[in-house]
Design a protein around this ligand. Structure first.
Ligand code: NI
Length: 175
């Protein structure tokens, strides 16, 4: 019987793990599968549409994504995802991040992305996506490389968002 999933606390900026390059996963063990399940449960609980392992303080190349509708979930569990192609065409979407609470900004990225990854059985999968899923995939793979959505916006906006989150964190800690 599979173990029950558990919710894991989400790391917030400025935690340094969010700026590290995560390590590739060598072997997909039961422990890795459990971690992916726990990440999915944590993502749904937040709620969010994507979560990368560094956000739960694990510096490994694991991502979960679900950009489906509430009544039609579409969960991807990805091990060692890699971008293999990006479109020339760009698109702008509003992004947020569970590690940068309550802040959003418009981010410009390639409109379409193709990736390769291992699923939880160790089978290589390829996926080409557009729209919200394309942005989400790029956002989550960025996390594995220590990159945050605020790195894609102007310095002025980035500083503003960082200041707001720091202020919020100080107030939470003080209370
Ligand atoms: Ni994020």
């Amino acid at each position: 019987m599979p173990a029950a999933t558990k919710l894991i606390p989400i790391v917030k900026i400025p935690d340094p793990i969010l700026r590290q390059i995560a390590k590739p996963v060598d072997e997909i063990t039961d422990g890795v599968r459990q971690l992916l399940d726990d990440m999915a449960a944590t993502m749904y609980d937040a709620p969010g549409i994507g979560l990368a392992a560094p956000q739960i303080n694990v510096s490994q190349r694991l991502v979960v994504i679900d950009c489906g509708k509430d009544d039609a979930p579409e969960l991807y569990k990805m091990v060692n995802p890699e971008i293999i192609a990006l479109s020339e065409e760009q698109s702008v979407l509003e992004e947020g991040c569970l590690s940068i609470p309550d802040q959003t900004a418009e981010v410009k990225r390639p409109a379409e992305v193709s990736i390769r990854y291992l699923d939880e059985t160790g089978t290589t999968q390829t996926l080409t996506a557009g729209g919200l899923l394309a942005a989400c995939i790029q956002h989550e793979i960025d996390h594995l490389n220590g990159v945050l959505f605020i790195d894609h916006i102007s310095r002025l906006k980035r500083d503003m968002i960082t200041r707001r989150v720091m202020k919020e964190l100080r107030q939470t800690t003080a209370s």
